[in-house]
Ligand binder design. Structure first.
Ligand code: ZN
Length: 79
């Protein structure tokens, strides 16, 4: 049996805890970014009334729900 001193054990615990927390933090950030990117993919800005709406169809010219005009699908946010 390998004898591990208590301070070393505590250090290992803290180290493992920090790694887990960092991992979860990175994962949540990645998830958030993915969601944001996905939301932006469906976002269409109306050229007439400037309202931003979501359109999940494959229609190349989605219709604005506010003023009813047809809009060109364009990427928002430069992503
Ligand atoms: Zn509009």
């Amino acid at each position: 049996m390998i004898r591990v001193e208590l301070p070393v054990l505590i250090f290992i615990y803290i180290y493992v805890f920090a790694v887990v927390v960092c991992g979860l933090w990175l994962f949540s950030g990645w998830q958030r970014q993915k969601r944001r990117k996905q939301a932006l993919r469906y976002a269409v800005r109306c050229t007439i009334c400037a309202s931003i709406f979501e359109d999940k169809t494959t229609d190349p010219l989605p219709r604005c729900p506010r003023c009813g005009s047809l809009n060109e699908r364009r990427q928002l946010g430069g992503l």
